[in-house]
Write a protein that binds this ligand. Structure first.
Ligand SMILES: Cc1cc2nc3c(=O)[nH]c(=O)nc-3n(C[C@H](O)[C@H](O)[C@H](O)COP(=O)(O)O)c2cc1C
Ligand SMILES: [Mn+2]
Length: 475
């Protein structure tokens, strides 16, 4: 049986199957929309992970998705508790990063393809949205190595299929991929890249962490599990990738070659425009004998990508802000990557330090993990930041539009957000936004008349009694 720490996609699938959270779909699906439509439904309904075993036009292939769509499965993947999750992650992350362990061989080397044998059109790369020109790899983890420091960065990118051995890579200027790519560009040489498709869930969660500069995301794997991740060397470059990966695509991006990328269903739920983006020339593909292709739906939230992003952004915002403002209590990414996010603050400390909530807001916006936040709700620490009812209640009764909104104009944003008036500046432009702080905390005097007895609830002794004896009441 698969159990934590999951060392391959297959161990993870075994575990999910035992938990009754993996569906094996034998009904034929196509790459034109079926796979995406099913993922969309799963995400909206909190459904199970799925493996499609019958892909029209791609005999022998299987496509896996939605392993990490629900918070419950994300917590299983990292063996974390449902209550006090952020504190528990923080405790683990406080340990020294653990470097991956280099090994000679791994199952991802069972098949090796070079030269004319490389043909990406034979892979079941699925369309995500109706207006995509050609399909995109969506669960591809991009590994790049800093030519100056040796730092290996890992992150999910979508890669557009533009030829049998050619992919287009949307490199966003504020991501680490751009930092590294530009170093090779300055040297006038090609950037080596390795892309992993299909990996264990800890690899996926680790690579999505918005970690600081020069931090290898794969070191998180060891910190999460207490063991080192086993990695093997790519065939054509010096990038080391998880040994049990299903598929590894190796290639090179020439410094100045660009092709049009897009349109793609972006995380804000609208299509991107077309942009000139770097081109990957594929030099090698290695994979398992019966490789499983992994897909991660994107577009209108929720999706596996959004839900996983929400979790890792919560973790990293909390981890990065806590040393600056220890009064931060919890973080909930409410929608669309982190465009709308809620944080809670220590109520007692805030009473002693009026205005503390604004310092918290500025700290949140200043750390790497907070860069995309546009709407920030600050709530009291007796409010569950992930519960929309609670957050909207705070907005309803603790917030006055005329005085509790602070707008900071002209901060970095993300050009994929269609509400930005500056959209359309092309691929070298990161985005430009305003930042709204919604102060939904209880107000201090002279506004405290309604607040002075605290939140209106049944007596504490009754709440406690009912909680303790809940089954006696047939509940
Ligand atoms: C399905 C999916 C597709 C993504 N596509 C891209 C992409 O094309 N370009 C990009 O810069 N980020 C993309 N991201 C977001 C990054 O993976 C994420 O922001 C990551 O933290 C960036 O890490 P980095 O700064 O270390 O590169 C995508 C995320 C998901 C889940
Ligand atoms: Mn990074």
């Amino acid at each position: 049986m698969g159990s934590f720490p999951f060392k391959s996609l297959r161990e993870w699938m075994e575990f999910l199957e035992e938990k009754g959270e993996l569906v094996r779909n034998k009904e034929e699906v196509d790459i034109w929309g079926d796979i995406s439509a099913i993922s969309r439904k799963i995400a909206r309904e909190g459904g199970p992970a799925i493996i499609h075993e019958n892909i029209q036009g791609y005999p022998g292939w299987r496509v896996f998705s939605d392993g990490l769509t629900t918070r419950r499965r994300q917590l299983w993947a990292l063996d974390l508790p449902e209550v006090g999750t952020l504190e528990a992650v923080l405790e683990r992350l406080s340990k020294e990063p653990m470097k991956p362990k280099r090994v000679e061989w791994g199952p991802c080397k069972e098949i090796k393809l070079f030269g004319d044998d490389i043909d990406l059109t034979k892979f079941p790369i699925s369309f995500t949205g109706e207006y995509e020109a050609t399909p995109h790899i969506t669960a591809g983890i991009s590994f790049l190595k800093d030519p100056e420091t040796g730092w290996t960065n890992a992150g999910i990118r979508r890669f557009q299929l533009i030829g049998k051995n050619k992919l287009c890579n949307l490199i966003l200027p504020f991501q680490h991929e751009a930092v590294i790519f530009s170093k090779y560009m300055k040297q006038g040489v090609s950037t080596p890249i390795s892309i992993v498709i299909g990996a264990d869930p800890i690899v996926y969660l680790s690579c999505m962490m918005p970690a600081p500069d020069q931090f290898d995301e794969m070191d998180y794997w060891g910190v999460f599990t207490g063991e080192a991740l086993e990695v093997v060397k790519s065939e054509t470059n010096d990038i080391w990738v998880p040994a049990t990966s299903e598929i590894v695509i190796e290639g090179e991006m020439a410094p100045y070659e660009r092709e049009l990328e897009g349109p793609f269903p972006e995380f804000p739920g609208y299509y991107s425009g077309l942009r000139m983006c770097p081109v990957i020339h594929v030099k090698a593909i290695t994979m398992r004998e019966d490789a499983i292709y992994q897909n991660m739906y994107m577009g209108l939230p929720p999706s596996e990508g959004h839900n996983t992003g929400a979790f890792v952004y919560e973790v990293e915002i909390y981890r990065q802000v806590k040393p600056l403002i220890p009064e931060i209590k919890d973080v909930g990414v409410l929608s669309t990557w982190s465009l709308t996010t809620a944080v809670s603050i220590d109520k007692t400390a805030r009473r002693r330090t009026p205005g503390l909530e604004k310092r918290l807001a500025m700290a949140v916006k200043s750390v790497k993990a907070g860069v995309m936040i546009k709407n920030l709700f600050i709530v009291d620490d007796d409010v569950d930041v992930r519960n929309l009812h609670d957050v909207l209640w705070s907005l309803s009764v603790k917030f006055q539009p005329a005085k509790d909104i602070t707008v900071v104009t002209d901060v970095p944003g993300i050009f994929l957000d269609p509400s930005e008036p500056w959209v359309g500046h092309g691929g070298t432009y990161s985005g430009h936004s305003s930042f709204g702080i919604f102060n939904c905390t209880e107000k201090l005097a002279p506004y405290d008349e309604g607040y002075k007895r605290g939140v209106a609830l049944p007596p504490p002794y009754s709440l406690e009694k009912i909680e303790k004896n809940i089954s006696k009441y047939g509940l």
